[in-house]
Design a protein around this ligand. Structure first.
Ligand SMILES: Nc1nc2c(c(=O)[nH]1)N[C@H]1C(S)=C(S)[C@@H](COP(=O)(O)O)O[C@H]1N2
Ligand SMILES: [Mo]
Length: 426
């Protein structure tokens, strides 16, 4: 199998031959084939293997564990031509190599506007000022003496799938959908901190500011801040990674990643939104008529099949597992439908693992593949009843000028040899 992980596999393909898929529904039949082979004599079973001949490493070899060397291709990747420099850029989570719902901390995609701030937690301060009774400054020790909570949330950059607005472009779910991660955060509800400071009645918006060289800031409506926003110091049970905002970041459940200010140093309460560079020049959705959608904070329901996908082609006929992720910024994912024939027939996928509010879910379809072409799609239905739209439905409403909030249905074309590519149905 060729390694399709490099960015050079950029492709613009549009697939129109849906007729060749007649009868693809047969691929969804119950599973007759065994996955294993009938036992026979084989050196890998009968002989003593190399790794059994000598003593292995002791417990002191890796004070901090790292993955097996055989997993060295499971890494974040970037697309060098997308942005001008690595300090103001993005890399992508290798979704096709992961399972379950938790993104390992070391594989979480990163998006920085001014590189990674290196902060000694002893020197970090969080200030709350503006329209409050009592401006306050917290040390990290102070924050860790406040009541804390644990929550699993997805973070999706508003630009995720942004390169796909006009047509299918990037060959791999890592690149089309990899600006998302889903981890367990530990932190203090922002409401607890705001209550200490005492919000004035006219405080309607907060400005969150980062301590990075970009000094990134965003405005947040007070209702959201008091509802479920967290100030987190840990992810997946340990301190945040430097790249994810160590020692402190904002967690804004279900809302676009840009609001999740990293290296959080200041929260100012005001009576209106701040006009920041971010808000005026970016993170607004340009419509066909030249107008912009503003304050499009919530990430609508979306899903993607991670396996098979261009970086993870089908290798075997017979028994196979289709797998994917679905999420909604408006609540939980109630159902995921999967089609193998470009949206003609749909079946309900099996969601396995926990379903949390504003977290991804993992879904599966166990199926039997006889080598025919497949056009694989998934669509998420969330707890509000919202159904993930097709890309064409989305374009009818939003045109093609936008970069942000593309939650359209993704199509993967699986060829008879198993190779899989990013296509769009005409
Ligand atoms: N201080 C600061 N916070 C930031 C950013 C930044 O550049 N600086 N990038 C934002 C954007 S656009 C996104 S999508 C998320 C990415 O979070 P991650 O790097 O943990 O994936 O952080 C947000 N918070
Ligand atoms: Mo972002």
């Amino acid at each position: 199998m060729t390694d399709r992980t490099s960015a050079e596999t950029l492709n613009r393909r549009r697939f129109l031959g849906a007729a060749s898929l007649a009868g693809a529904g047969a691929a969804l039949s119950a599973i007759p084939a065994l996955a294993g082979e009938t036992a026979k004599s084989e050196a890998l079973i009968t002989d003593v293997q190399d790794w059994q001949r000598y003593l292995g490493d002791g417990v002191d070899k890796h004070p901090y564990g790292v993955p097996s060397k055989f997993e060295k291709n499971v890494i974040r990747r970037d697309v060098p031509w997308l942005t001008a420099s690595a300090e103001s850029s993005v890399n992508f989570t290798p979704l096709h190599d992961l399972d379950g719902i938790i993104t390992p901390s070391g594989l979480c995609f990163e998006r920085h506007h001014g590189g990674v701030a290196e902060i000694n937690p002893a020197d970090h301060r969080l200030m709350i000022n503006g329209l409050v009774d009592k401006p306050l400054v917290f040390t990290m020790d102070d924050i860790k003496r406040m009541p804390r909570v644990n929550k699993v949330y997805f973070l999706e950059c508003a630009a995720n799938s942004g390169m796909e607005w006009r047509g299918s472009q990037l060959n791999g779910c890592q690149f089309t959908h990899g600006m998302i991660h889903n981890v367990m955060y530990t932190g203090v509800p922002l409401k607890v901190l705001l209550d200490e400071a005492g919000l004035k009645p006219n405080a309607k918006w907060l400005m969150l500011e980062g301590a990075d060289s970009a000094g990134m800031n965003r405005s947040l409506p007070i209702e959201k801040a008091l509802n479920d926003v967290m100030i987190a110091f840990a992810m997946n049970g340990e301190a945040l990674r430097p790249e994810q905002g160590y020692p402190l970041r904002a967690v804004i459940p279900g809302w676009e990643g840009n609001l999740w200010v990293k290296w959080l140093r200041r929260i100012e309460a005001g009576d209106q939104p701040w006009q920041t560079r971010e808000e005026t020049s970016k993170y607004t959705d340009l419509l066909a008529d030249g107008n912009s959608r503003k304050h499009t904070f919530v990430m609508d329901a979306k899903s993607v099949v991670t396996n098979p996908s261009p970086q993870a082609p089908l290798k075997h006929k017979g028994r196979n597992v289709l797998s994917g992720l679905a999420w909604s910024g408006r609540g939980t994912v109630k159902r995921v439908d999967v089609s193998m024939d470009g949206g003609r027939n749909w079946q309900t996928a099996r969601i396995d693992g926990p379903t949390f509010d504003k977290s991804v879910v993992r879904f599966y379809v166990d199926f039997d593949w006889n080598g025919q072409e497949l056009m694989i799609q998934s669509r998420a239905i969330d707890s509000t009843g919202y159904v993930q739209p097709s890309k064409d439905e989305l374009r009818k409403v939003r045109g093609v000028n936008s970069i942000y909030h593309n939650n359209g249905i993704q199509t993967w074309l699986v060829h008879s040899g198993g190779e899989t590519e990013n296509v769009e149905i005409g």
